[in-house]
Design a protein around this ligand. Structure first.
Ligand code: SAH
Ligand code: SF4
Length: 416
C-alpha cells in the first residue's frame, strides 16, 4: 500500500561525476537506462526533460542530487534553508548560491508547491486551504491557532481506501497517494500564507507560527508510508522547519505493520483512531480492524511506545450517538487500554449528508468522559473550530474521484 517518493538515482560507477549527473538526471526523468555523453555544463538539451521538483526531496536525497551534479553536500543544507525555512521558490533569490549553479538549477529543477484553489478564514482565526491535486480533485489543509501553539492539519492521500463508516473521506473512496511535494507543500503554502498575513515575505529566523503538525486531514498517512516519512523528515529537519518530534503527530486507524515501521524509521507522536472498545463493534465501523484486531493493535501501541518521543499514545474516539457512547462502552474501553499508557481525545461526530449517524448529545459525551477521568485518565474533548468555514480536523472534505469502484460496489450491495 505504500507509495514511492521520487529519488534522484545514484552516481553511475565508472563515469565522471559531472557527466554522470546529467546522465542520471536525464535517465531518471525519462525512466530509461540510456546513457548520454553530453557534458553537464551544456544544459541546453535539458529543457525537453520534465524538471525535478526539489520539494519532493529530503536533505539526504537532495545531497545525492547535488553529488550527482558534482556539488558539495553542504548545498543540500543551503537549499533546504532557502526552500523551507525562508519559503523561497525562485533560485534567483538564493543570494549565497553561485550564479552558475542557480542557472543550472533553473534549467533542470524547480520548487513547485501545489496550487491553492481557495483560502478561507474563520472568525476564530482558523484558516482552511483547498489544495488542487489535479484531475478535478482537491484536499484540504487547516491551520488552528491557539494561545500557546499553532497547529496545521495536513492531508496525506486523495480520499482513503479504508472505508470507516462515519468518515466522509472514507465514503468518497480512494484516488491516489499524495506526493512528498504535495504533503510538505501544504506546510510550505500555509507558512507562506501566514507569513504574508503578518506582513512578512520571508520568515524571520526562529519565529514559528506553525509549531505543531497533525496528519489528521484527508487519508490514512500510514497507507502512503514512504512519502509521508520523507515529508516528516523535512518537517523535523533543523534546516527546514525544525519541528519537534513531540509536536508532529501521525494519526492512524491502526495499520499494525506500518506502525512498527514508523517506530523504527521516524518515531513521532502517535494518535490511534480507536472509536470502539471491542472487536465486534470496531469490525463494523473501522473495517481495517478485521485485519488487525484490537489485541494486535494494543500490542503495536506498546511496541511503538518503546521508541516514541512521548510516553503515551493518544486514542481518538469519535462519539456516535447510540453506537459507541454508553457508560458500558467507556468501561470496556478502560479494560482494553489498561496495558497501554494513553490519553483520550473524544471527537464529537461531525455530521455529513446520508451518514446514517447522529451527533452525540453533550451530556452523553460528558458522562463518557467522566468514566475515563474518574479512572485517572487525561481526556480532551475536541473543540469545534472554524465552524463557519467547515474546518473540523478529521473530516476535511475536499473532492475525490473514486478509483476503487466504490460507488459501483455500493450500488451492487444496495441492489442485493
Ligand atoms: N486516517 C487517519 C487520519 C485522518 S482522520 C485516521 O483515521 O486516524 C482524523 C480523525 O478524524 C480520525 O480519528 C477519524 O476517525 C476522525 N473522523 C473521521 N470522520 C469523522 C467525523 N465525521 N466526525 C468526527 N471525526 C471523524
Ligand atoms: Fe480513512 Fe481515517 Fe477516514 Fe478511516 S477515518 S476512512 S482511515 S481517513
Amino acid at each position: 500500500m505504500t507509495g514511492h517518493s521520487e529519488k534522484p538515482s545514484r552516481v553511475v560507477e565508472g563515469q565522471g561525476a559531472r557527466s554522470t549527473a546529467t546522465e542520471t538526471y536525464r535517465a531518471s526523468r525519462r525512466g530509461s537506462e540510456h546513457r548520454a555523453t553530453q557534458p553537464f555544463d551544456d544544459v541546453a538539451g535539458l529543457s525537453e526533460c520534465p524538471k525535478v521538483n526539489l520539494l519532493d526531496l529530503d536533505q539526504p536525497q537532495l545531497a545525492t542530487f547535488f553529488a550527482e551534479l558534482g556539488e558539495k553536500p553542504f548545498r543540500a543544507k543551503q537549499l533546504m534553508r532557502w526552500m523551507h525555512h525562508f519559503g523561497v521558490s525562485d533560485f534567483g533569490q538564493m543570494t549565497d548560491v553561485a550564479k552558475t549553479l542557480r542557472e543550472k538549477l533553473g534549467a533542470m529543477a524547480e520548487i513547485r508547491p501545489p496550487e491553492v484553489k481557495l483560502e478561507q478564514i474563520s472568525d476564530d482565526g482558523t484558516r482552511k486551504w483547498l489544495i488542487d491535486v489535479g484531475a478535478g480533485n482537491g484536499v484540504e489543509t487547516v491551520f488552528i491557532p491557539e494561545e500557546d501553539r499553532g497547529t496545521l492539519c495536513i492531508s496525506s492521500q486523495v480520499g482513503c481506501a479504508l472505508e470507516c463508516t462515519f468518515c466522509s473521506t472514507g465514503r468518497q473512496g480512494f484516488n491516489r497517494n499524495l506526493k512528498v511535494s504535495e504533503i510538505i507543500g501544504q506546510l510550505w503554502l500555509a507558512n507562506k500564507s501566514l507569513r504574508q498575513a503578518d506582513g512578512y515575505d520571508m520568515l524571520p529566523p526562529r519565529e514559528r507560527i506553525i509549531s505543531n503538525v497533525v496528519m489528521m486531514g484527508m487519508g490514512e498517512p500510514l497507507a502512503n508510508f514512504d512519502n509521508v516519512v520523507t515529508a516528516l523528515n523535512i518537517m523535523l529537519d533543523d534546516s527546514a522547519y525544525g519541528l519537534s518530534r513531540r509536536r508532529v503527530t501521525v494519526s492512524t486507524s491502526g495499520l499494525v505493520p506500518a506502525m512498527d515501521r514508523l517506530r523504527d524509521e521516524c518515531p513521532v507522536a502517535l494518535a490511534v483512531s480507536l472509536h470502539a472498545p471491542n472487536d465486534a463493534l470496531r469490525d463494523q465501523i473501522v473495517p481495517i480492524n478485521r485485519k488487525y484486531p484490537l489485541a494486535e493493535l494494543m500490542a503495536a501501541c506498546r511496541r511503538y511506545l518503546e521508541k516514541a518521543p512521548r510516553d503515551f499514545v493518544t486514542f481518538e474516539y469519535v462519539m456516535l450517538d447510540g453506537v459507541n457512547d454508553t457508560v458500558e462502552h467507556a468501561r470496556q474501553l478502560l479494560n482494553l487500554v489498561k496495558t497501554v499508557p494513553c490519553k483520550f481525545n473524544l471527537i464529537p461526530f461531525n455530521p455529513f449528508p446520508n451518514s446514517g449517524y447522529d451527533t452525540c448529545r453533550p451530556e452523553n459525551i460528558r458522562r463518557f468522559r467522566d468514566v475515563l477521568m474518574q479512572a485517572g485518565y487525561v481526556v480532551t474533548t475536541r473543540r469545534t473550530r472554524g465552524d463557519d468555514i467547515d474546518a473540523a480536523c478529521g473530516q476535511l472534505a475536499g473532492k475525490v474521484q473514486d478509483k476503487t469502484r466504490r460507488t459501483h460496489k455500493l450500488i451492487l450491495e444496495a441492489a442485493a
